[in-house]
Write a protein that binds this ligand. Structure first.
Ligand code: ATP
Length: 228
């Protein structure tokens, strides 16, 4: 189990996170759901060690972590295959990189895109490549910050299914920050609902045990809207 306990963070007088504690069970997807500006990115940056916390404990996040950001981080002058090689070369031998790329591109049926440049593929396809790269990177934890935010509804659905397929092939503990209820319902084994200003954990829903998605949606909406 990865954990954070009693995390507090302020930027000068602005208290952003107050006493945040979350358990992240291994190999599950945990969606952190909160409104825009509530401190989700701050929380992720604390997990990644990019931002310092004021107090609290972070347990288990010292290892390598794969990250997918809102916007794609592909290098424009490298083709798709070279973009992936560039990240993997820190961690793997050349031959291993070649074989893992071949294997995965075939598994997810993207062979024809290997030699395309980022500018010649759609935004949805670029984010697909970012997600694939994050799964290929040898890590136990994958963190995604609103990965489907700028996509249209169809691309979003395609990408959500792509993510789910990859999760079956390659097990990781996934932490997804989002303000989108549909994403949280579609992806989370566990949904952590945040309040805002200062951000606290309002409710944790073990969504894996709730098979009826309408019931799950009502539970979430009650927290987000009615009990504001
Ligand atoms: N480096 C910083 N210095 C001062 N204030 C900051 C800093 N970073 C974020 N904030 C403030 O902290 C609050 C939370 O910001 P944060 O980016 O973590 O929220 P968020 O939930 O990720 O927002 P969004 O969904 O819009 O990305 C905001 O009010 C923001 O203006």
């Amino acid at each position: 189990m990865y954990k954070i306990k009693n995390i507090n963070k302020s930027y000068k007088d602005l208290k952003v996170l107050e006493d945040i504690s979350i358990d992240f069970p291994k190999n599950k997807t945990i969606c952190i759901l909160g409104s825009s500006g509530c401190g989700k990115t701050t929380l992720l940056n604390i997990l990644l060690g990019i931002t310092n916390k004021d107090s609290g404990d972070i347990i288990g996040f010292e290892e390598d972590i794969s990250v997918v950001f809102q916007e794609d981080r592909l290098i424009p002058w490298k083709n798709i295959k070279d973009n992936i090689k560039f990240v993997l070369k820190r961690k793997m031998e050349k031959e291993q990189i070649e074989s893992i790329i071949d294997e995965y591109f075939e598994l997810v049926n993207l062979q024809e895109y290997k030699y395309y440049y980022p500018k010649n593929i759609s935004g949805g396809m670029r984010q697909k490549i970012n997600i694939l790269r994050a799964f290929l990177y040898p890590s136990n934890i994958l963190i995604m910050d609103e990965p489907f935010k700028s996509l249209d509804i169809n691309s979003k659905e395609v990408l959500i299914n792509f993510f789910k397929d990859l999760r079956i092939i390659e097990n990781k503990t996934c932490i997804i920050v989002t303000h989108d209820i549909d994403e949280a319902i579609a992806l989370g084994h566990k949904i952590v609902i945040l309040t805002d200003k200062p951000t606290m954990v309002k409710r944790v829903i073990e969504s894996e045990g709730i098979k009826d998605k309408t019931e799950l949606r009502i539970l979430i909406e009650e927290e987000l809207i009615i009990k504001k």
